[in-house]
Design a protein around this ligand. Structure first.
Ligand code: MN
Length: 410
């Protein structure tokens, strides 16, 4: 009986030849970090195969981050994807490729690229309305601007960490509430957050930069965005409502954001493109995606959130009101540039059903329970692929660690 080859992934494997997400890895033998492609339960050392087969892309793939490949542009992305597909599926390459597949659980996975600017949007109508009802019960759930522009804020890129990195419970200022562990306090208190939460999101990774003063039209989205990945935007719900008016979230979000190791190229997600929800308000021309012949701007991604192994929610990304193409157009319409490595996240993905919401805030209607020290949060996802196959997204995982410093006296 022939020995099993890692090239023979089972038929229908969601990390099969139709997927091919990119990451950065090193081996226990001490290889330098380089570009890898996930294939089944293995990682393909694309740098080694490219060198062995004389690929013109060998230098891009030997880099310690995805940034050079991301910056190279869509024609190169498509050429490399075609090359990797041939390496993995063409019998002629089998002997050259097989030695360069490493078992996934025997490699170290690294931050796939250095994040430049980080913007987080707020693009689920269900999430925005749910949060509005909880944080601003006396007001309309959606603010008057919500259906006219994709609302976002600038986050902290320096605390974006790869999946698996422990997340230390943040400390911060909160206004005492009736159900606070220290109730009846007359003013703000400082200490470890008592309402630590998650936000299940999808991040979009900018590959090709744009110059200042040159807005990127919606229709150029695929020329600039390299791929997408799962994101967990950890959030302190006691810090957030006290600090965020009028300028938006700050310390409630900036302590940590977790990023999946694997970036799924947009070219793997052709079969997952869907039209976004019906637009209920007329849009300004730079955002208007309702015209005849418009390419579908949404993606049918199905997320799953697990806390300590228990599924708690299955958020549907197809329900997001604003698309990633609209978000890119909006980010640059004022003349701002984007750079290779910029990351912008969708905002919490929440669908219309109670078990489709992407945060504990919504799952528990603001009452908790919240995350405890030691809790493990995992977000996975998949998308429909070609021929009825599934495209798995790389998961994002994090465990909560206790606050590691002594809260100052209040
Ligand atoms: Mn968020």
């Amino acid at each position: 009986m022939p020995e099993h080859s890692p090239l023979d992934v089972p038929e229908g494997d969601p990390f099969g030849p139709h997927n091919l997400p990119y990451g950065v890895f090193s081996t226990p033998a001490g290889t330098d970090p380089r570009v890898g492609v996930r294939y089944g339960a293995s990682v393909l050392d694309t740098a080694a195969v490219a060198a062995a087969l004389g690929s013109p892309h060998a230098a891009l793939l030997a880099a310690p981050t995805l940034a050079p490949l991301m910056a190279a542009g869509r024609p190169v992305w498509q050429a490399v994807r075609a090359e990797v597909t041939a390496w993995l599926t063409d019998l002629a390459h089998r002997a050259a490729v097989e030695p360069h597949l490493h078992e996934l659980d025997r490699v170290a996975l690294h931050m796939p690229f250095e994040v430049g600017d980080y913007v987080d949007f707020y693009s689920s109508e269900h999430h925005a309305a749910n949060v509005g009802r909880i944080f601003r019960p006396a007001e309309e759930p959606l603010t008057p601007n919500w259906k006219h522009l994709p609302i976002g804020y600038h986050g902290r890129s320096g605390t974006i960490v790869p999946s698996g990195t422990p997340v230390t419970r943040p400390a911060g200022q909160r206004m005492g509430a009736p159900d606070d562990p220290e109730p009846g306090l007359p003013g703000p208190v400082f200490g470890p957050s008592v309402r630590l939460d998650i936000e299940a999101e999808v991040g979009f990774v900018v590959g090709v930069p744009s110059p200042m003063g040159t807005p990127v039209p919606r229709t150029d989205f695929r020329a600039h965005v390299f791929g997408l990945c799962l994101v967990n935007d950890w959030s302190a719900r006691d810090v957030q409502p006290w600090e965020q008016r009028p300028l938006g979230p700050h310390q409630a979000k900036s302590f940590a954001t977790s990023l999946a190791h694997w970036i799924t190229p947009l070219d793997a997600l052709e079969a997952a493109r869907v039209a976004p929800p019906e637009r209920t308000h007329p849009l300004l021309p730079y955002l208007d995606d309702t015209g005849a012949g418009e390419q579908p701007g949404g993606y049918d991604l199905r997320l799953e959130v697990r806390v300590n192994g228990e599924p708690v929610s299955r958020p549907p990304f197809a329900s997001m009101y604003w698309t990633a193409a609209q978000q890119l157009a909006h980010m640059t319409v004022n003349g701002a540039s984007v750079r290779t490595g910029d990351l912008y996240a969708s905002g919490t993905v929440s669908g219309p059903e109670p078990d489709e919401v992407g945060s504990l805030l919504e799952l528990t209607k603001g009452k908790g329970p919240w995350l405890a020290d030691g809790d493990v949060v995992e977000i996975d996802g998949w998308a429909p692929g070609p021929d009825g196959l599934r495209i798995a997204l790389g998961g994002v995982r994090g465990q909560v660690k206790p606050t590691g410093w002594t809260p100052q006296e209040r």
